[in-house]
Design a protein around this ligand. Sequence first.
Ligand code: BG6
Length: 476
Amino acid sequence: MVDQRAFPKGFLWGGAVAAHQLEGGYNQGGKGLSIADFYTLGDSENPRTITSTIEKNRYYPNHEAIDFYHRYPEDIKLFAEMGFECFRTSIAWARIFPKGDEKVPNEAGLQFYDDLFDECLKYGIQPVVTLSHFEMPIHLVKKYGGWRDRRLIEFFVRFAKTCFERYHTKVHYWMTFNEINNQTDYENDGALYSDSGLVPQANENREQLMYQAAHYELVASSQAVQAGHNIDPTIQIGSMIAMCPIYPLTARPEDILVAQRAMQTRLWFSDVHAKGDYPEWLCRYFKKNNFDMDITEQDLRDLRSGTVDYIGLSYYMSFAVEYTDHIDYNENEDRVSNPYVKKSEWGWQIDPIGLRYALNWLNDRYHLPLFIVENGLGAIDQKTKENRIHDYNRINYLKEHILQMKKAVLDDGIPLIGYTPWGCIDLISASTGQMSKRYGFIYVDQDDYGNGSQERFRKDSFYWYRDVIKSNGSKL
Ligand code: BG6
């Protein structure tokens, strides 16, 4: 029997994307190059390569993406047809400050987002905006080494203030850094690069480098929150974390302990965002490892004064860990496969119940409103001769997750603001650069190499999600 209860009035339904994964126009309107412009195409077996220059004979999928930069009126019209009440996107930092360290913003970039937000508002769709979603200006990487340099705090806060001042009447919900905690996987080049613009040297301590960069980002976030509230006390500024609950593989106490430490290691970022303090275990961990961190008294004051208004989260999967001989968590080595859940074609562990667990866990810990700003299934879709896309797997995935979200809200009392499934229109995958890893309700006729008409088609999930929104979640 399907749960036919509706969500509370005012619950926000929509969809989510990020600028670099759909806009294209990578060198138009005065935009500077960003880190995403140096990412080649990969696949589930082969990671994307980060090149130091743009090489002539290589393919960079984010350069053209799905050309939302030119086609956004048509795409937003389709979102409106589905009944979206909000639309989460990001502002490409390099459109506003092409190099990142200038004092004066690029007016053409600012105007682009004015036009985009106006187009959304025309249909009653409120924009939800992430300031930094895996795409800082490349100049900040080349000149300063990315977030290893404290000066980036000043540059980011200037960017944030510029956006708050310009758009605060159009955008109510903001987030500072997308999935800031992905870099927990500090042995992964892509995670360090996309979160923090870090390209580690061979002899560098990657873990310490990550903690230092994350500290500067958290300080920047807290200063941005303070600045945003000074500009307009009504706007809501949140964190954004990748919420992957980490289970113990068994009930063995050692497994429970490593799972707890793994959760602490993935989520200390939101502890600092929400509570304004570093957790005790982490301060000890820095000492134990002789990490000589640049954390000033003023930083600590800022962290306390700029705590977030809500927690934005992505939820795709859960992880599991098993005790071997240590409790400190190394994400690259310590994860194990969970025999109780299925996996997507890209190996992501599908776990709808984990979403209810995650929402309860976050609520107990932070007592702040929560906003699911990403969730979805990356899968291969087939377009029939009649231009139909029967994406039942995606519908099932979303249905199962919405059902658990409903239990969390209606049975557990979780204060959830809304739900924006990821990649509401097919776009470039962040981890692989593929188009064929599709998440959308709207199919884009384009292959992994950018071939195709770029024409948009409504998938079966498009009509299904339209009904979900119309019924406020009662019809699934
Ligand atoms: C999140 C990111 O990690 O997951 C998105 O915020 C990303 O940018 C999404 O696209 C899905 O991941 P992928 O690698 O399948 O695109």
